[in-house]
Design a binder for this molecule. Sequence first.
Ligand code: AMP
Length: 225
Amino acid sequence: MVMSSASQHGSELKARRIVLLGPPGAGKGTQAELLAQELAVPHIAAGDLLRAEVQRGGPLGQEAQGYMDRGELVPHELVVRIVGARLAEVGRQGFILDGFPRDLAQAEALEQLVQVERVIHLVLSREEVIRRLSARLVCAGCGQNYQHLLQEGRCQRCGGELVRRSDDRPEVVAKRYDEQYNNQIEALLHFYRELGERRGLALLRTVSGEGSVETVRRRLLEALG
Ligand code: AMP
């Protein structure tokens, strides 16, 4: 009998409330999308939710936009409200959370909302992050990421225009790496190590983000198994 990959892995991979930590550009979004298909759980990307608010043009989006353009963290209340609303919508289906939490206060807020079952730290060096993000194009239609394509290329998924994200400029990329990741990650890792110890389980795993999408995908599946 041929089984879909979701059903093949569904019985082996029990964690359905998964957090991906890691620097911008480590591949969290790409991998979260693949895992979401594989495990049949929703992918929740904090950055995508915020960009959707900006596009809607309402007061929340207007408040978020300046922080995002400068590569700074959007204020706590705003991001917790937006991510919290999405978590409430997906309910018991589980989630793969990408880009949230990004600091200790967000991790504490998340723990008040749901009990996370697995936290994966996807690691990539600062040099590689800057190299990847400087070469990244995204589809203006569906948000799919691409590397090293010509500006005039079209999205292979939906045919949309490929554009550079305004916050993928080198000076903003470096700031995002430092302020949103490097300055925050130790406190987050400490929080999840302690939480795992209190619950008596290995909550936190580290996975290298180096290599091809397929290589990293296999490492992640192993870390979830
Ligand atoms: P990303 O798509 O994950 O790179 O996020 C794009 C931008 O959205 C970031 O540079 C931040 O300005 C903002 N952002 C995303 N996630 C968060 C978060 N968890 N907390 C605060 N700001 C965030």
